[in-house]
Design a protein around this ligand. Structure first.
Ligand code: DGL
Length: 356
């Protein structure tokens, strides 16, 4: 029979071995780093009934992660608070800082995947920027929420669980930057916030890449445009981003905005035209003058889906203009800024808009 000390030592050894096997199992899980930047996923409202009235960028990353112990089922998770802002206030400096941190982490052998929590307003721009400039095949997943965690039927917890689960998945590698919202796995290039008050807000006209359900990914297509390791751009070689702005086309539009941006010294001007990127007759001379002053002109469309046809609504070859392909104006701006760090002529820019 075990003596008084024997059975205690035996029990202690049993508990220790059980704990060490749990610790070993956890240590064996993929390591996912969550970079928090703010937004509604870190938001808080006055009451559970406030699903749309709340303050964004309030909850720190350690509290976000502590409130979701289920994350430990899919990965070993660590968190960093990069910013704590509403995403409509993102600047180019925020983009550069975040991309540099993502790039540095992606080079670490002990990091298997990266999640970026982000406000939904400009999430699509950040996701596309990372898709263009971070050289890695490791999963990078950007995630947000439409309701704060304090609201009834909040969507942030499951969106974050899905994001960490996808970032921990080997089958998510090499697919470019991804966005997980509302059970869908979207391409960071294609997706945009298309509804401003529903949890099903994020759409791509080409559809999601797949779905994530109960921690398992179901893939249905893969990106064909260049991204991450296949990109010619590299955040580690980008010191700053050039000024690129957007003017909106509409009935009875005037040229004040076009002329002002031309004088302000932008390097490219995105024209979000009506229809298939149409330009009002009264605006064509102003855009041609801006082009003649050295500013690149990129014809996009205010119509969210479809793609702008070159030389259709306007003689782009003759005017030396670029068309944005299927990119919405805000995405075209991101690509134009990145492209201008390497290309200076319209022909090279157009190649980049076809390929990315
Ligand atoms: N202010 C908005 C933002 O940070 C809130 C929207 C959200 O995060 O869902 O993008």
């Amino acid at each position: 029979m075990l003596n008084r000390f024997g059975w205690k030592n035996g029990l202690a050894a049993l508990v220790l071995s059980a704990l060490s096997s749990v610790a070993l199992a956890q240590a064996a899980k993929p390591h996912v780093v969550v970079l928090a930047t703010g937004g509604t996923i870190a938001g808080a409202g006055a009451s559970a009934a406030n699903s749309a009235t709340y303050s964004a960028a309030k909850v720190p990353v350690d509290k976000l992660l502590a409130g979701l112990p289920e994350l430990g089922q899919v990965a070993r998770v660590s968190g960093e608070q990069v910013f704590q802002i509403a995403s409509e206030s993102f600047t180019n400096d925020h983009l550069l800082t975040l991309a540099r941190r993502v790039s540095a982490l992606s080079k670490q052998a002990d990091v298997n995947g990266i999640v970026v929590t982000h406000g939904t307003d400009t999430l699509e721009e950040t996701a596309y920027f990372l898709n263009l400039v971070v050289r890695t095949s490791k999963p990078i997943v950007v995630v947000g929420s439409m309701r704060p965690g304090t609201a009834l039927s909040a969507d942030g917890a499951l969106n974050l669980y899905d994001a960490v689960s996808v970032a921990a998945s080997q089958d998510a590698a090499g697919k470019g930057v991804l966005v997980t919202m509302n059970d869908e796995i979207q391409s960071g290039r294609d997706v945009s916030k298309s509804i401003n008050i529903k949890t099903e807000a994020f759409k791509s006209q080409w559809g999601p890449l797949g779905m994530v359900v109960e921690g398992r990914n179901y893939w249905f297509r893969a990106p064909v445009k260049r991204h991450t390791n296949a990109s010619e751009f590299n955040i580690d070689e980008i010191q700053s981003l050039p000024a690129v702005d957007i003017v909106y086309g509409y009935s009875n539009m005037n040229t004040t905005g076009i002329e002002a941006y031309g004088k302000a010294g932008v390097k490219a001007l995105i024209h979000a035209g009506t229809g298939n990127g149409s330009v009002a007759a009264q605006a064509v001379p102003a855009l041609r003058a801006v082009r003649a002053s050295g500013v690149q002109v990129i014809r996009a469309a205010r119509v969210p889906d479809g793609f702008v046809l070159r030389n259709a609504e306007q003689p782009d070859d003759q005017y030396d203009w670029v068309v944005s392909h299927d990119l919405r104006p805000q995405k075209a701006r991101i690509l134009a800024m990145v492209a201008l760090t390497k290309a200076q002529d319209a022909k090279s820019l157009q190649r980049i808009f076809w390929e990315y």
